[in-house]
Every structure is written in structure tokens, then in C-alpha cells.
Design a protein. Sequence first.
Length: 285
Amino acid sequence: MKLQNILTASATVFSVLIGGLFAPAHAFNPADLERVLNGNNCVGCNLAGANFAGLNLGGANFQGVNLNDSNFSGVNLGGANFAGVDLIGANFQGVNLNDTNFVGVNLSNTNFAGVDLIGANFFGANLTDTNFVGVNLSNTNFAGVDLIDANFFGANLTDTNFVGVNLTNTNFAGVDLIRANFLGANLTESNFVGVNLSEANLSGVNLTDSNFIGVNLSKASLTGVDLTGINLIGVNLTDTLLNGEKITDQIASVPEPSFLVSLSILAVAGAGSRLKKKLDYLQQK
């Protein structure tokens, strides 16, 4: 046998041996899976690559578990606990995640499209580049979360908590935000076109360069908010609070020249037919 053939054969055998030594073991320990399914604490368990498709994992405790590359397709995870888990790139399409605990979880680049997340807790989670298009997020907690560039198009965010959240350049177009709490949030350059913000708390928020065309702000609170440069065309300001007083009440107490200017702005903004009629009446004098 030629020397070249001998060397080639030796290299092949060596590769096979090394490959065998470092070949990956089974994806996860079945005993670990059983503990999780029973809702028991399984900190340090390895379930990487596990296939949970079609299982009922409601109330399961995944805290401290390795879930990299796991498949949750079609799984019921209502009330499950993922606190502190790394779920980068996870796919939860078609999953029930009502009342799920995601406190402190890394969910960057996660796809939640079309998922039900009612009452979920995302406090302190990493949601960079996360997709929430068309998701039901009513009564969800986002406090302490960084949601820069988030996309909530068509989502239900009724009674959602955004206290102190960074929502710079976030897309809320077509979203229901009734009674949502944005206290102290950063809403710079955010898109609220056509959004329902009735009874929402926008006290102390930063609205620099945000778009509010056609927004419903009836009974919303704008205490401490700077509306300079904000486009209010077509906005509903019925009973809206600005610095603790209803906007309509404030206008009524202003001297006539300023009153006319303010009233004209509100008329253009579609604040209501009653204000427009009053403007027409004053202009005739």
C-alpha cells in the first residue's frame, strides 16, 4: 500500500474515533422532563433540544432549566414559570401563554405572532426585536422592560402596564390601549395612528415627535405632558385631563384671544361638534 493511502486511512480512523468521543449525548434527561411536567423545581436541568409539541405544560416550572432550541409548537403553557430562563429565538406560535411568568427572561428575537399572552408577566425581560403582531396582551406587565423598536401592530393591549418603559420608535398602529398605564414612559417617535387610548394614563410621558393622528384620548390623563409639536389632527379629547383639569374646562377659563386660538386647534383636531359650533359663533361677532 502506498504511503499516501496509509496516511489517508489513518486520518479517517482518527476522525471517526474523535467524532465518537465528542458526539452529542441524548437531547435531555427524561427524569428532568418528568420533574418539570409535575411542576417541580428543576434548577440546573438540561432540556435543550426537547420536543414538547402537543403536550399540556400548564403550570410547569422551567425556572433555571436549559431550554435552548426546544420546540413548544402547539403546547399549552398557561401559568408556566420561565423566570430567569434563556429563550433566545424561541418560537411560540400557536401556544397558550396566559398568565405565564417571563420575569428576567431573555426573549430577544422571539416570535409571539398570534399568541395569547393575557396576564403574562415580562418584568425585567429582554424583548429586543420581539414580534408581538396581532397578540392578545391585555392585562400584561411590561414594567422595567426595554421595548425600543417593538412592533405591536394589531395587538390587544387593554389594561397593559408600561410604567417607566422605553418605547422609543415603537409601532402601536391599530392597537387597543384602553386603560393602559404609560406613567413616566419614553414614547419618543412612537406611532399611535388610529389607536384607542381612552382612559389611558400618559402622565409624565415623553411624546417628542410621536404621531397621534386620529387617536382616541377621551378621559385619558396627560398630566405633566409636553404637547409641543405633537400632531393632534382628528384626535378625540373629550374629558381628557391635562395637568389635572379637563381640556374643555381649561379652554373655557382662558381670555378670549387665547381661547379662540386654542379652540381653533381643537376644532381642526376634531375635538367635537359642540366646540366647532362655538368657534363659528365667536367668529361671527
